[in-house]
Design a protein around this ligand. Structure first.
Ligand SMILES: CCCCCCCCCC(=O)SCCNC(=O)CCNC(=O)[C@H](O)C(C)(C)COP(=O)(O)OP(=O)(O)OC[C@H]1O[C@@H](n2cnc3c(N)ncnc32)[C@H](O)[C@@H]1OP(=O)(O)O
Length: 207
């Protein structure tokens, strides 16, 4: 696994964040309105053509593969392509994950129409996606741990709208970190609970 280091200082980092963050925000809005627009046919056809045109321009220069996990020379980690929290990923809700008072991880975010499964409810796979990330981050504060096993119990439906995710380490046994996590709806009810085993992979041991 490669973790490239980019030769950029704090000002250049801030410039790139201010450039690419709003682009992803705009595309995220576009995804939402693509699902929900009731505009007339001409408007939809024109929009599709204009989006094709600008996509072609953006495609002129791009990196190969995914964005990856990159670092600045000062050790700032850029996970900008991450499916859950990536600054440049319009598919990401995106989650801002913070350290909670209990030492675990916590995030408050909103899941709109793009994350729907049953009508008005968050897709079960999206619940798993979010919990994998937040549990993985709780497990990885010191070292990078990958998901080995993630078990979920869907206790009640998760309505689209404001959602909270929490996760904390339950125990550590050798290279295995056991994590528990939950999703909560806007009323504070637990909708999904998770138990995960996160593993320090063989290639990262001793580093
Ligand atoms: C850097 C920033 C991080 C931010 C967090 C991001 C969160 C995102 C989380 C993810 O999405 S990670 C991506 C999804 N996960 C993967 O792609 C993992 C794919 N699987 C692997 O790479 C390897 O199978 C794995 C690293 C999980 C284990 O391989 P190893 O060769 O390191 O395991 P090894 O055979 O040495 O076993 C070590 C211990 O783990 C146990 N183990 C291995 N695989 C397991 C498994 N799948 N589930 C539970 N336990 C497992 C194994 O029994 C053993 O237990 P003991 O120490 O008690 O003997």
């Amino acid at each position: 696994m490669q973790f490239p280091v980019e030769d950029i200082d704090a000002d250049e980092l801030a410039r790139r964040e201010a450039l690419f963050g709003p682009l992803a925000d705009t595309v995220r809005e576009l995804i939402d309105v693509t699902i929900r627009s009731e505009a007339d046919e001409d408007t939809i056809l024109e929009a599709a053509q204009r989006i094709r045109d600008v996509t072609k321009r953006l495609n002129d220069r791009r990196c190969e593969g995914g964005f990856g996990v990159r670092f600045t020379e000062h050790g700032h980690m850029m996970t900008w392509g991450n499916a859950v929290s990536g600054l440049r990923n319009a598919i990401a809700p995106p989650l801002v994950v913070e350290q909670a008072a209990d030492g675990g991880m916590c995030s408050d975010f909103t899941l709109g129409a793009a994350y729907e499964g049953p009508p008005g409810l968050v897709h079960g796979g999206v619940c798993a996606l979010v919990l994998d990330q937040v549990c993985g981050m709780a497990a990885s504060t010191a070292k990078p741990n990958l998901t080995g096993t993630l078990s979920l119990r869907y206790r009640r439906p998760t309505p689209l709208g404001p959602v909270r995710a929490r996760a904390r380490i339950d125990r550590i046994e050798g290279v295995k970190t056991f994590v528990v996590g939950e999703l909560y709806d806007a009323d504070g009810n637990v909708t999904v609970s998770a138990e995960g085993v996160f593993i320090l992979p063989a290639w990262a041991r001793g580093r």
